[in-house]
Ligand binder design. Structure first.
Ligand code: UD1
Ligand code: UDP
Length: 370
């Protein structure tokens, strides 16, 4: 009997991390992949769907300009609940900690369909940071029948919170599967980026978007990046600007006129991974980039006050720097001028997975549905 697996996601990072699992379910004789996207993100989601050849079976097309999480949640949970009741999947899979993740888990719960949670067990211990993701992932853990923990540490967090040990499976993070596969593909970069990759200067990839940093922390982080550029004359920054206008207004105002800051639209994942491979250093507040940088051996300075991925800090692949302007300038310059410290970070072992997470997840789903 063929069992149906409903994938629910809506943003760029969820799509990247779901893609290897969708591919594996598609190749599985006994399982059928059904894809429902909320399109909490529109353009940034579509870039990923196209790269991985995913055509959604259902597209809720929910994104609105400057949307609030509560609005997205209300619309997504209503539409997804109806969709799950109509389609009666055997399991609903959600990924990570976005509003779509919470909506998908709630909708599965209301429709009495078991929920599987990818990237379960990440915690900062601080409900306000990242906001609202720390709450989302804790709530989803309460609803999940299966929790796919990327690391032993994440699994231990779940067990300490009282999760049933039989429901927690350590799998690795699927982003390692995605990034290692995409890193082997050939890509043609637009000329302005190709010149940077093959150029004389060192390249820093920078991304910023977190809600808890909006306002002064984001402004300070951008000023810190500007100070780094002023202090390190052979450095060029590439910063693909998040589509969120609250973010882009600040980034463009503070960095837009610097001759060695290249601000671009969000890049396709294929192009972005090429830049990551070519860069010297990553400065970011992203979740997924903490894992990808580790997988590619690129030191990452984390422009946030907390991380739910302490494995990276412990292994030495990332360093928590915060959003203070002078700390960003100081830490970046220190790393760029200390060959031993740089080598230690770039050669630190990747604690986030071995590229076989999707294989383990699909095996566990198969066993659960049997
Ligand atoms: C959301 C997730 C966050 C994730 C991030 C990835 C929540 C609460 N937050 O951030 O965990 O790290 O996505 O990027 O779910 N926009 C576009 N086109 C796009 C995408 C966004 O125009 O393709 C603009 C829209 O104006 C939209 C705004 O960006 O309203 C914010 O999108 P939203 O999904 O709400 O972003 P965040 O909540 O900041
Ligand atoms: N990414 C991308 N193009 C870009 C910038 C980032 O494809 O221009 C990828 C990046 O490699 C990572 C993901 O998008 O896999 C991170 O998304 P984001 O920072 O929006 O979300 P987070 O990981 O913080 O949830």
């Amino acid at each position: 009997m063929t069992r149906s697996v409903l994938f629910v996601f809506g943003t760029r990072p969820e799509a990247i991390k779901m893609a290897p699992v969708i591919e594996r379910v598609r190749d599985h004789d006994g399982l059928r992949a059904v894809v429902a996207v909320t399109a909490q993100h529109r353009e940034m989601l579509d870039q990923v769907l196209e790269l991985f050849g995913i055509v959604p079976d259902f597209d809720l097309d929910l994104m609105r300009d400057r949307q609030l999480p509560e609005e997205v949640l209300a619309r997504a949970v209503t539409a997804l609940s109806a969709l799950i009741r109509d389609t009666q999947p055997d399991i609903v899979l959600v990924q990570g900690d976005t509003t779509t993740t919470l909506a998908g888990a709630l909708a599965g719960f209301y429709a009495h369909v078991p929920v599987g949670h990818l990237e379960a067990g990440l915690r900062t211990g601080n409900l306000a940071s990242p906001f609202p993701e720390e709450a989302n992932r804790r709530l989803v853990s309460q609803l999940a029948a299966l929790s796919f923990a990327p690391t032993r540490h994440a699994a231990d967090r779940l067990l300490a919170e009282g999760a049933d040990p039989a429901s927690v499976i350590v799998t690795g993070n699927t982003v390692v599967d995605a990034v290692t596969e995409v890193a082997t593909r050939a890509a043609t970069l637009p000329p302005e980026l190709a010149a940077l990759v093959s150029g004389e200067r060192r390249l820093a990839v920078v991304t910023l978007h977190r809600r808890e940093s909006w306002g002064e922390p984001l402004e300070q982080a951008c000023l810190g990046v500007r100070d780094v550029l002023d202090a390190v004359s052979d450095l060029v920054v590439v910063l693909p600007v998040h589509r969120n206008p609250v973010v882009s207004e600040v980034v463009e105002r503070v960095l837009g006129d610097h001759e060695r800051a290249v601000l671009t639209d969000p890049l396709g994942y294929l192009e972005f991974v090429q830049l990551l491979k070519a860069c010297t250093i990553v400065l970011s507040d992203s979740g997924g980039l903490q894992e990808e940088a580790a997988a590619l051996g690129k030191p990452l300075l984390l422009l946030r006050e907390t991380t739910e991925r302490p494995e990276g800090a412990e292994a030495g692949t990332l360093k928590l720097v915060g959003t203070d302007r002078s700390a960003i300038a100081r830490e970046t310059q220190a790393l760029l001028s200390d060959a031993d410290a740089y080598r230690a970070m770039s050669e630190a072992p990747n604690p986030f997975g071995d590229g076989r997470a999707s294989e383990r997840i699909v095996a566990a789903i198969e066993e659960f549905l049997a």
